[in-house]
Each structure stands twice: as structure tokens, then as C-alpha cells.
Design a protein around this ligand. Structure first.
Ligand SMILES: [Zn+2]
Length: 417
């Protein structure tokens, strides 16, 4: 039967009335070989509204790299013409962002509620934090470290066998709202901890000797916004009087070389550092908690995507951390563990040289507080799906990442300070 096209279009439009539909939006990858190419990309970014995926902003583009960015449907032709006229080599990574957004939900799990192999919305994750603590009272307890800009509780799960004066590893997920694989990992970690405690030697020893603090979603307001309104949102959702754009990049908001490099002072930028360091309630809640527990927290791990990288300080400058050699060896061993499962290749090293300069990050801040083992994970993939990693990859991604995290935690147990 022929269905009038206009009715189909109307039905599709109404199904997505709650947000941008991204129909016809594309993700490009451009090869940047020299300074001229860098300048051309800056020119393009100032003329058109471009959503940078990797690096995070035009200012962070450097020669001999590739740049991934998302272009709205109405700008696609202009951007393609610009790239061709200037002989910039490019490929289209995602030809229709809307199709890729729908294709993320390819899990075969038929569960309607919480699932470890699906992306869960905040409401589902919040209920899960309560349930997993209730079901495992000897291993998991839930608290709140503060509230978000929009007033939501920032739940923290403490995972470990109860014992006094234990050292701890802090892990957070969901800094950047659109990096959905990140919260999926925090949930996976807690599940595996309770499932394998008393069964598997390494996890049992870790939970006997350490506490893990797991913050499943740091930027809850932003995460909700990616589900309800705009899938590609990155920042928090805070407002300032007299400023029309919302949100601060939480990973530019920490007091570590704050806003000096690779961050923007423009409120509309996706890498906006905020009006002051720790301006965001979420940042303040996290730094307060860590400062209060500094004597026990021995490692800090923050989970992002995408790029397949394991980074350690510094990102705010090219200086190297005091224990650079140790962190380098530990990162190398951790990525080898990670690769042992599915062959996924990670690069590793100090943030500034391995990825790019970016001031105000939580890993640098934690390190400068005296936490010697501070790492940023950039999970799968390397750009094929980018932030739209299909649910069918959650399991493999979380399994391999867990190996690296356990390796780092075991090292910490053996190198207490
Ligand atoms: Zn991120």
C-alpha cells in the first residue's frame, strides 16, 4: 500500500518532537597534515556551527592528526564544497546521524527495565543504584555526594567488604553527557564486583583490601538532556544571568591550570571552562568528597569516550608528573591486559602529548591533590560510531575495560602509600 510521504514525514517528525532529529546530519573525518590545514579548519569552524567530536574544539586541532566533527544537514553541502575546494582529504564517518542514533539500540536483550547490555536512562540507573545496594548490603552501600544544578541527587556507591581504614579507588562515569558507554561501564563494574566476589581470586582480594567509590553518572542533568532533547549534548545544564547559552564543560572546570589551555571562556563553546573553577555544583560535590577522603583515596579513574586511550597527567601543560615512568609502565601493562581479551588497541601516555592540551581536567586536579595514580580512560571506539557506539558493543567494551581497571587496582594494592 502506498502511504503518502507527507504523512510518514509528519509521523516521524512527531515521534521526535522532543528534540533535534539529526536527519541528514553527517560526521566527517578530515586529515589535517599541516598548519595551513589547521587554519582552514579554524576558518570553517568560525563560518559554520560545527560540533567537534575529536578533538573537543577547533582550538585543539594540531597538524598530523585527524579531526572528527558533526555537521547539521543544512550545512553539509557548504562544508563538503569547502573541503573539496581547499583540497582537504576527508571521509564521511556517519552519513546520517539519525540512522546511527537509531542503530545504537541494537541490543538483543528484551529486558524492558534495567539491563547491563543496554543504555539505561537516568531514572533506570537511579533505581538500579538503590536496588543493587539493597540486594548486596555486605558489599555495596549508597550515599549522595551532593545535588546537581537541577537538584538531582548525585549517588555514589561504595563497593567493598566492610573493614575500617581501607584504602580506596575512586571511579566516575558520565562527565560528558553524550558519552553513553561511560555510565554503562560503571554499572558493569558494580555488577561484576558483586557477581565475582568470593568466586574469582583477583576481585575477591580487591574487595577485601580496597573500597571502590563508584559515581555512576557525574553529569546527571546533561545525561538526561541527551535522552530527552539533544543526543549530542556534552556539558552540564547550568545557567548564568545574562548569558543565553547553558552549561559548562565539567572536564574544564577543575582547578588545575584552569582555563589556561584547550578550554574556552565563551559560554556557548562546548569546552567552556565556566565562570570560575568549580563553578559547577557537580564539580564542587566531587572535589569536596575527594578532599574529605584524601587520606584513603589512592587512585582516581575517570571514564570517557571515545578514542581508545589511557591517559595520565598532565593535560594542562607539557610538564611530566613526578612518577611519569611508573605511570607509563602501569598504563602500558593495563592496555596490554585490555587488549588480551578482544584485541582492542589503546594508545597511552600523558594527556597533553597523547591527545592534546586541555586544562581544568579532573585527572590533573586529583593528581595535584596527591593521588599518585590518576587516569582518564577514553573507551571505544576510534570513530566508526564515535559517541553512538551500538549497544551490541557494551559487553565487550566493559569486559575489556574491567581487565584494565582491575590491573590498576591490583597494582595500587601492592603499592600503597
Ligand atoms: Zn569526555
Amino acid at each position: 500500500m502506498l502511504v503518502p510521504l507527507i504523512l510518514v514525514a509528519a509521523a516521524l517528525a512527531s515521534a521526535h518532537h522532543s528534540g533535534e532529529d539529526f536527519e541528514g546530519s553527517k560526521v566527517f573525518r578530515v586529515s589535517v597534515d599541516n598548519e595551513n590545514h589547521v587554519n582552514l579548519m579554524h576558518e570553517l569552524a568560525s563560518a559554520r556551527q560545527i560540533d567537534f567530536w575529536k578533538p573537543d574544539s577547533a582550538a585543539q586541532i594540531k597538524p598530523h592528526s585527524t579531526v572528527d566533527f558533526h555537521v547539521k544537514a543544512e550545512d553539509v553541502v557548504t562544508v563538503e564544497d569547502f573541503l573539496e575546494q581547499n583540497e582537504l582529504h576527508y571521509e564521511v564517518m556517519i552519513s546520517n546521524l539519525r540512522s546511527a542514533m537509531e542503530a545504537q539500540f541494537d541490543s538483543h536483550s528484551r529486558a524492558t527495565g534495567h539491563s547491563y547490555t543496554k543504555y539505561n536512562n537516568w531514572e533506570t540507573i537511579e533505581a538500579w543504584t538503590k536496588q543493587i545496594a539493597a540486594e548486596n548490603p555486605d558489599l555495596v552501600s549508597r550515599s549522595s555526594i551532593g545535588t546537581t544544578f537541577e537538584g538531582r541527587s548525585m549517588y555514589l556507591l561504595k563497593v567493598g567488604k566492610a573493614k575500617s581504614n581501607k584504602p580506596a579507588v575512586f571511579i566516575d562515569c558520565g562527565f560528558h553527557a553524550r558519552e553513553w558507554i561511560s555510565p554503562a561501564f560503571c554499572q558493569w563494574f558494580v555488577k561484576e564486583a558483586v557477581r565475582t566476589y568470593g568466586q574469582e581470586t583477583q576481585m575477591t582480594e580487591l574487595l577485601d583490601k580496597l573500597d571502590f567509590y563508584i559515581l555512576p553518572v557525574f553529569n546527571i542533568d546533561g545525561y538526561i538532556y541527551t535522552w530527552t532533547s539533544s543526543r549530542m549534548w556534552r556539558k552540564t545544564r547550568s545557567t548564568q544571568t545574562g548569558v543565553s547559552c547553558r552549561g559548562v564543560d565539567p572536564n574544564r572546570n577543575f582547578n588545575a591550570g584552569w582555563c589556561e589551555n584547550g578550554a574556552s571562556k565563551q559560554p556557548c563553546s562546548d569546552t567552556y571552562c565556566g565562570p570560575t573553577a568549580e563553578s559547577e555544583k557537580e564539580t564542587k560535590a566531587l572535589t569536596d568528597f575527594i578532599r574529605k577522603n584524601l587520606s584513603s583515596i589512592k587512585a582516581y579513574l575517570t571514564i570517557h569516550s571515545y578514542s581508545q586511550m589511557l591517559l595520565y597527567p598532565y593535560s594542562y601543560s607539557y610538564k611530566l608528573p613526578k612518577n611519569n615512568a611508573e605511570l607509563n609502565a602501569l598504563a602500558k601493562a593495563a592496555v596490554n591486559e585490555l587488549a588480551s581479551l578482544h584485541g582492542t588497541k589503546y594508545t597511552y601516555g600523558p594527556g597533553a602529548t597523547t591527545i592534546y592540551l586541555a586544562a581544568g581536567g579532573s585527572d590533573d586536579w586529583a593528581y595535584d591533590q596527591g593521588i599518585k595514580y590518576s587516569f582518564t580512560f577514553e573507551l571505544r571506539d576510534t570513530g566508526r560510531y564515535g559517541f553512538l557506539l551500538p549497544e551490541s558493543q557494551i559487553r565487550a567494551t566493559c569486559e575489556e575495560t574491567l581487565l584494565a581497571v582491575k590491573h590498576i587496582a591490583s597494582y595500587v594494592v601492592q603499592h600503597l602509600y
